[in-house]
Design a binder for this molecule. Sequence first.
Ligand code: CMX
Length: 176
Amino acid sequence: MMLRKETLKKDKAKQLFSFRYALLTSFAYLCTKYVYILIFIIMKISHIEHLGIAVQSIEESLPFFTDVLGLECYATEVVEDQKVKTAFLKCGEVKLELLEPTSPESTIQKWLDKGNKGVHHVAFCIEDGVANALAEVDGKGVRLIDQAPRKGAEGLNIAFLHPKSTAGVLTELCEH
Ligand code: CMX
């Protein structure tokens, strides 16, 4: 009789131990997950804002986009500090930004001179701010071209990331 009671007591203690163990491991798992989310918080990209397309002449390239693809060119703008003239077309939610150099010193002219043409950069629309996104990618070791957001075409806050640390795609972060 005494032995049976003793065994029952031991079983109960074992059950309590495994229950507490399960509770503790679940708690530890949730904590780890929460801390992981906090540390590795990832920027929110809503969509591709635009594709930058380098052309030698907007006048010569535009008819393909308007007359063949049927897209509407809704704005042109000269961005002095980037030494480019831009033409914007809308394609659903995404824009195409044609970029024509306005000076031999323009990064676009230099890129064209190396024999490149076509898609020059991809711009992502950041929901929670370019400054936050820059701090985040900087922390992850990505090489920044712009250390802080600056004004780009259409008055957007923008910043570029170097193609050497973005899988070869010149990447622009922007916010409305
Ligand atoms: N896409 C992918 N790679 C590119 C690139 C592009 N658009 N432009 C340059 N590179 C590569 C080059 O091929 C080169 O690679 P290799 O060394 O393997 O040949 C490397 O980048 C050169 O890098 P760098 O010597 O640091 O710089 P560059 O003088 O060639 O300038 C860059 C390149 C990206 C830093 C410069 O173009 C820049 O600052 N761009 C951001 C601003 C910009 O593009 N403005 C124009 C658009 C403005 C607007 O949208 O309004």
